[in-house]
Design a protein around this ligand. Structure first.
Ligand SMILES: [Zn+2]
Length: 281
């Protein structure tokens, strides 16, 4: 199994999971079909299915177009708002593509129908992978748009947090530097945050992705997975985990790049998928 990281739009990631013996492939968040088709042609692979994490246009925009180009293409997601959806998955439902296994994990928080996909290959020494969309980011987590802090907390701590620690995390956006700047405000003494931030800035300078991380690493520097740690509770002033988590989400809302703060309307439009995609890029 090979995972291709494809950087698209402003800061999104689209992925291709390739079964190397059969040359069959599964796309994750196929928002830019043109880029996907180029790679499919170049790699000489056959697209079998799309896994969509959530319905926002920057994750699902080109599902319909791909479904037209590939009759019989299977489109998986957890929300009927996902374009060209053929299979609405349930929590812990398992899918199989040759030697590749996929467990669908319902992870409400950013949207009500958000799904993360845990993927592993039979008889492989490689670590499993999780495609976490806008639920878990490197160093952070998605914004609460349709759900409560409690739902997102459970999705992060119980559903994703319970995966094997060596799981590779492939998330939906390149937000790592900004996430870690917030993390360093929350935990200024955390050496793992400092190190990862230096590394992420170097990657940014080289225009290289910061994915994947591993779940084990995330527990070291991602404040949203470290709610039970003393510095986080000190920062939020709350000792009850759920209250501390909600306070952290709130603090993050006011921690934005000045550009975003100046133009809240643009942020909203982006998050709710109101932009005309042609205008956006
Ligand atoms: Zn989104």
């Amino acid at each position: 199994m090979k995972v291709k990281v494809i950087s698209i739009l402003e800061d999104n990631y689209m992925y291709l999971i390739i079964e190397e013996t059969t040359r069959e492939a599964i796309a994750v968040d196929a928002a830019v079909s043109k880029r996907l088709l180029e790679i499919i042609r170049r790699e000489d692979i056959l697209l079998k299915a799309i896994l969509t994490t959530h319905h926002h246009w920057d994750h699902a925009r080109d599902n319909e177009e791909l479904a037209k180009l590939y009759p019989g293409l299977e489109v998986y997601g957890g929300d009927e708002r996902v374009g060209a959806l053929t299979h609405q998955v349930t929590h812990e439902e398992e899918l199989k593509f040759g030697s590749i296994n996929i467990r669908c994990l319902l992870t409400p928080g950013h949207t009500v129908g958000h799904v993360c996909y845990f993927v592993w290959e039979n008889d492989s020494l490689n670590a499993p992978a999780a495609f976490t969309g806008d639920t878990l980011f490197v160093g952070g987590c998605g914004r609460l748009l349709e759900c409560t802090a409690e739902q997102l907390y459970k999705s992060l701590m119980e559903v994703l947090g319970g995966l094997p620690k060596e799981t590779k995390i492939f998330c939906g956006h390149e937000y790592t530097t900004q996430n870690l700047k917030f993390a360093s405000k929350v935990e200024p003494e955390n050496e793992f945050v400092k190190e990862k931030l230096i590394w992420a800035k170097l990657r940014e300078d080289e225009d290289l992705p910061t994915v994947p991380s591993t779940l084990a690493e995330e527990f070291l520097y991602n404040p949203f997975l470290r709610i039970l740690e003393e510095p986080i509770q000190k920062f939020t002033g709350k000792s009850a985990p759920l209250e501390a988590f909600a306070a952290l989400c709130k603090a993050r809302e006011s921690f934005r790049k000045p550009k975003e703060r100046l133009n809240p309307q643009a942020m909203l439009a982006f998050e709710w998928g109101l932009f005309d995609p042609l205008l956006q890029k």
